[in-house]
Design a protein around this ligand. Structure first.
Ligand code: BTN
Length: 252
């Protein structure tokens, strides 16, 4: 990682740490946040040995991908929509720096040609008013990696331009969009909805709040919750996983 290139591309003078290898950039960023790192501070790593995914999963993080975590210090009312905000920030950055129009599978999966090429994990840290922060972790599969068997069917890679500094440009664009969108009143939910492949599909929710819900995904509200029309009425799903019903009746 060319740290000085990233710094030169950032629109705000935020501190950036770049590591060769780390267990998880989210873990490192949470520790840094507790030490007082400011809004926008960012940790990048060339690889992770214990990359974290949502729902307690691991995030496969070999060399070649982009693994980064950004510390955000925001009013509590902005926190519920943060994963959606980050998803749109990554979509914009991928379009600008790799010419790729990503789609979003609610809530945090970023797809290219139906394959997951990136994911987002937002985690809170701190307890008191003064030290509270949200760490937004972004992992992008950016090399034609050999995925482990359990990921092979659904994972893909974002093809970066074969020019020096392409990954740095992607990383800086993600930070810039995250910081821009996190200013109060920035509209990003309409773009989230227009990129969201879950909308208009029959879904089954597994894990967390909406577990067991089945119905038609009819909307995403401004806090990023999925609205599912079921046989017994409208259900607002705040977290969990929405599998999409396929033509053969199975869910993926
Ligand atoms: C998911 O798809 O379930 C979320 C994946 C988030 C992965 C990123 S990689 C950088 C940051 N550090 C982590 O340990 N996880 C996030």
């Amino acid at each position: 990682m060319d740290l000085s290139l990233i710094r030169s591309l950032l629109e705000a003078p935020v501190p950036v740490r770049a590591l060769e290898s780390v267990d998880s950039t989210n873990r490192a960023a949470k520790d840094w946040a507790l030490e007082g790192a400011p809004h926008g501070a960012c940790v990048l790593a060339a690889r992770q040995t214990k990359g974290r995914g949502r729902l307690g999963r691991q995030f496969f993080s070999p060399p070649g991908g982009l693994y980064m975590s950004v510390i955000l210090r925001l009013p509590q009312k902005q926190v519920p929509g943060l994963t959606a905000l980050a998803a749109v920030a990554v979509c914009r950055a991928a379009a600008e720096t790799a010419g790729a129009e990503l789609l979003i599978k609610w809530v945090n999966d970023l797809l290219l040609q139906g394959r997951k090429v990136a994911g987002i994990l937002a985690e809170g840290t701190g307890s008191g008013e003064g030290d509270r922060a949200i760490v937004v972790g972004v992992g992008v599969n950016a090399a034609p990696a050999e995925f482990p068997p359990e990921l092979r069917a659904n994972a893909g890679s974002l093809q970066l331009p074969p020019t020096p500094g392409a990954k740095e440009r992607l990383a800086a664009a993600i930070v810039n969009h995250l910081l821009r969108f996190s200013r109060p009143g920035q509209p990003f939910m309409d773009e989230y909805r227009s990129r969201c492949v879950t909308l208009g599909r029959d879904v089954r929710i597994s894990a967390e709040t909406g577990s067991g819900t089945e119905g038609l995904a009819v909307g995403v509200d401004d806090a990023g919750a999925l609205l599912v029309r079921t046989a017994s009425g409208l259900v607002r799903v705040v977290s969990g996983e929405a599998s999409i019903r396929l033509l053969d009746g199975s869910y993926a």
